[in-house]
Design a binder for this molecule. Structure first.
Ligand SMILES: [Zn+2]
Length: 636
């Protein structure tokens, strides 16, 4: 997240990147210290944390003394920025300690209390500093230029100030801004009703599986049971789950209509030409990045179809159905890894990034940056947190020894090293990287790990597993998210052209997209029309143009890792430079430094080549396995 001067809590939360699933817990006291976090790097004791918090509370009112003076001299502006970011930095450090302590055992009431005690402090900070951005906006541009020339100390805040000024044409008068702020009290209503209805009030369908088990299909049961091996069960799960959504499509449609109306209201009020421009202007992403993604996906649908045909072949089906897309096609190889082996594999895999990268990571593993194992009450999944700027990043894992867990260590290590280099290079104000670039370093490391594993295994089963997970990930992260992004753009355009959204026309719009993506007219996939209500299941349609960034992240990181693996001159040097940028440049410019231009087709083309190459390798292995089967004597 770029640090705007007021969003203190957002900054503390944004450095967390979550992944993974719950696993078997063990007694924390039996876990060796070296595999547990050392939070004393942040504060030596809880008492030290308490006293740092009191100091911060005491310093907050110092902000008042700058009110009304920011335009008076460069010294005043600098003094205010220094103070604000210093307070923010300390707050991030306090939040890191409290949240990570609480994550080790969510049942720990004292840790929870520490964490919650920061909420009012964060809110007070927000309220006390709400005047800063508007006051900066009131300083004429020429004067800001002059200030920057006159006071060299302001240079480190230039990206922050420029970002506030950039949005000036879409910032309203103080009275209008007050109305906009008040409007946000009601604008969240469609999303909250969607959540309440989806998570609680929707009665949900039940389904009886072939083994006699009866299951109530809420969202998490659907996610679990859509992947069962029995095909008849999967189809029943799809029919029941989507049948329920279809039954309530009027309600879901009215909610989505309310949400898109809200986006249109804010876009118009802030003088944007449409909802897409409005949504992408905040994070400073050109709309061409979005439209290129959709154009490229259409151009490359035959690559998706090739994947679907390969899936059909591995599953041994006459006809692939939409309900066959989640069944695991390749069994995870039953290989187990210790934490030491996992660290060793990741360190070897990232070796192409340079010895000092490896050394820093190795040092981090040795000095307890990682909390490895699951234990009772520990936060599930995995994340990296780089918000303690002056300390070092931390990683939380729930390591259980599967290949997936090794890959998660590589992923979180990618986030960690991105934070490490950005924190080390950038001033605090521009140290925290934005969401658009956040998943690049993590997935780049996953790719390097896969490449290393493929080169160091003789097992065809293992290779097939690695390649299968790789292409399925591209299917889900690139094609499926683009399918959602296309729907999201389409429904906003419908509302912009005065067409209200109803359950009926949303089903129709969704059907048009999935029939095309999954090659229904070409006979590639069969889709039961009940699945046309799938849109009603997706909470991301309430996030205002968010899903596309999953798809663009994967093309950016695939392009970067391919250039590194192919030994392209300067690829490593450019990527390493990118890791140091924090949020000092607009996100698309930062990726250009890493050698990928997201306003062109190149990253997408490289990703498609990589996907096709992986499928070539899978087919070669499958052909070899088929030939071996044929050659084996019958009856054995
Ligand atoms: Zn991540």
């Amino acid at each position: 997240m770029k640090c705007t001067v007021t969003s203190l809590l957002a900054a503390a939360v944004a450095s967390l990147f979550l992944a993974g699933a719950p696993v078997q817990a063990m007694d924390r006291s039996k876990i060796p210290d070296q595999d547990k976090w050392d939070l004393s790097d942040v504060y030596p004791t809880d008492a030290a944390w308490e006293s740092a918090k009191k100091d911060l509370e005491k310093r907050l009112p110092e902000v008042d003394r700058y009110k009304g003076k920011l335009g008076s001299s460069p010294k005043e502006l600098l003094g205010c920025m220094n103070l604000l970011f210093d307070l923010k930095k300390e707050f991030s450090r306090l939040a890191t300690y409290a949240s990570q302590k609480s994550d080790l055992d969510v049942r720990d009431a004292h840790a929870m209390e520490m964490r919650q005690s920061l909420d009012p402090l964060g809110a007070e900070f927000g309220a006390k500093t709400a005047w800063v951005d508007p006051e900066i906006l009131e300083i004429p541009s020429a004067k800001i230029e002059a200030f920057l020339k006159e006071e060299p100390g302001l240079a480190i805040y230039k990206p922050v100030i420029e970002d506030i000024v950039r949005l000036k044409p879409h910032t309203l008068s103080p009275a209008e801004e007050k109305i906009m702020a008040d409007a946000s009290l009601v604008s969240g209503t469609p999303d909250s009703i969607f959540s309440v209805f989806s998570d609680a009030d929707n009665p949900r369908a039940t389904v009886t599986l072939s083994d006699g088990e009866t299951v109530k299909l809420d969202a998490s049961a659907y996610t679990k049971y859509r992947a069962v091996p029995n095909r008849w069960d999967r189809e029943s799960v799809f029919q029941a789950f989507f049948g329920n959504l279809d039954q309530f499509k009027g309600t879901y449609g009215a909610l989505l209509n309310g949400e898109v109306d809200k986006d249109l209201f804010f876009a118009k009020a802030r003088n944007y030409k449409d909802c897409l421009s409005s949504a992408l202007d905040g994070p400073n992403i050109p709309t061409v990045v979005y439209t290129n993604l959709l154009r490229n996906v259409h151009k490359n649908l035959p690559t998706l179809w090739r994947y679907l045909k390969l899936r059909q072949r591995i599953m041994g089906l006459d006809q692939l159905r939409y309900s066959d897309l989640y069944a695991p096609i390749i069994k995870e190889v039953d290989e187990k890894y210790t934490a030491d082996q996992a660290k060793d594999l990741v360190l070897k895999a990232v070796a192409p990034l340079g010895q000092d990268y490896v050394d820093v990571l190795k040092n981090g593993y040795a000095h307890r940056w990682v909390d490895f194992y699951p234990s009772p009450g520990k936060h599930s999944g995995a994340y990296s947190n780089g918000a303690a700027y002056d300390v070092h990043p931390f990683m939380l894992l729930n390591f259980n020894g599967s290949y997936e867990d090794v890959s998660t260590l590589a992923h979180e290590s990618g986030h960690t090293m991105h934070s490490y280099y950005s924190n080390k290079t950038q001033p605090f104000a521009t140290s925290d990287y934005t969401i658009f670039v956040a998943e690049v370093a993590s997935t780049c490391n996953e790719n390097l790990l896969m490449d290393y594993m493929l080169k160091h295994t003789d097992s065809d089963a293992m290779k097939l597993f690695l390649l299968g997970s790789y292409v399925d990930n591209i299917r889900q992260t690139l094609f499926r998210q683009a399918q959602f992004a296309e729907f999201e753009l389409k429904i906003h355009q419908m509302v912009e052209s005065g067409q209200p959204l109803t359950g009926e026309n949303l089903n129709k719009a969704y059907a048009g997209i999935i029939n095309e993506y999954y090659g229904v007219p070409q006979g590639i996939t069969e889709i039961n029309p009940v699945c046309y209500s799938e849109w009603a299941f997706i909470p991301h349609f309430y996030y205002n143009f968010y899903v596309y960034s999953y798809a663009t992240s994967i093309t950016a990181s695939t392009a970067i890792s391919q250039m590194i693996m192919e030994g392209k001159p300067d690829a490593v040097k450019d990527y390493r430079k990118f890791l140091t940028l924090g949020s000092s440049l607009p996100p698309v410019e930062e990726l250009k430094v890493a050698g990928v231009d997201m306003t062109t087709d190149v990253p997408f083309d490289i990703t498609m080549k990589a996907m096709n190459r992986a499928m070539d390798q899978m087919e070669a292995i499958l052909n070899k396995m088929d030939a071996q089967k044929k050659a084996a004597p019958a009856g054995k």
